[in-house]
Design a protein around this ligand. Structure first.
Ligand code: SAM
Length: 250
């Protein structure tokens, strides 16, 4: 990481209220190098410039900490967190670097991306990260995965009604989905609210904010799991995305 890059990372994370240690900065530098090396060989992420990776992957991933939805509960063990559609490890890897107390499961349908996340987690010494390959529609029906997470995080994966159907089955009652999104249209929010109710959840918060330094518009949407998900959800692979509940995708 260049000195300018390090200054940018520190500025962006400071705006989120985080004070990175020298060891954490070293972890981000290593992750940047691994991502840049691997992207040259395979199509891992569209972002190639150091500034873009630092702001739009690393700092953006850490905005999931705004609102304190991932704070450690006063009682009970560590939070078990699923990152649904992690891609090259976002937000899972930046989050694991600053929050080693989280039991993190980055999950994606694409094996080569999950293999990268596994290699990166090993190289960074993140023993609490346990990647998983598969589709949410299928893993969400696996008794070992269903209703077994305290939190689901997900960034840039799908529209809200699709996320509700894919993510809420993984949560125990009382658990939270924290979706990192761009600006949200009222129609998407309405469909997401109805879809959440259909699969055993409710929208708890919609928080618009600006990405530090870059100023791009972002929204955190939080849904709470309020009741067990009916057995018919999620529908079979591909159907939630093709026919989102209560929503006509344009
Ligand atoms: C646009 S990428 C975003 C990746 C990452 N979250 C990020 O913010 O950089 C969306 C990812 O979600 C994964 N994905 C989409 N639908 C999925 C599903 N039903 N089950 C598992 N992974 C899925 C894709 O394979 C892809 O890697």
């Amino acid at each position: 990481m260049t000195p300018e890059g390090q200054a940018l990372l520190l500025e962006g994370t400071a705006e989120l209220g985080l004070k990175l240690t020298a060891e954490q900065v070293g972890g981000f530098a290593r992750l940047l190098a691994l991502l840049t090396e691997s992207s040259a060989q395979m199509n891992l992420t569209a972002l190639r410039e150091e500034r873009d990776i630092l702001l739009k992957h690393f700092v953006d991933s850490l905005t999931v900490l705004l609102g304190e939805w991932l704070d450690r509960p006063a009682q009970g063990g560590p939070l078990r967190v699923l990152d649904l559609g992690t891609g090259a490890g976002f937000p899972a890897l930046p989050l694991a670097l600053v929050r080693p107390d989280l039991q993190m499961v980055p999950m994606d349908a694409t094996r080569k991306k999950v293999e990268f996340v596994e290699r990166a987690a090993q190289a960074l010494g993140l023993a609490q990260v346990h990647p998983l390959v598969g589709r949410a529609e299928t893993l969400g029906r696996d008794p070992q995965q269903r209703e077994s997470y305290d939190r689901v995080v997900t960034r840039a994966v799908a529209a809200l009604p699709v996320l509700a159907e894919l993510a809420l089955p993984f949560l125990r009652t009382g658990g939270l989905l924290i979706a990192q999104k761009g600006p949200i249209l009222p129609e998407e929010l309405e469909a997401g609210t109805r879809a959440a109710a259909e699969v055993g959840g409710a929208v708890r918060a919609v928080e618009p904010f600006s990405l530090p330094v870059a100023d791009d518009a972002r929204t955190l949407v939080v849904m709470e799991k309020t009741a067990p998900t009916p057995d018919r959800y999620p529908r079979r692979e591909g159907v939630p995305g093709r026919k989102p509940l209560f929503w006509q995708a344009t």
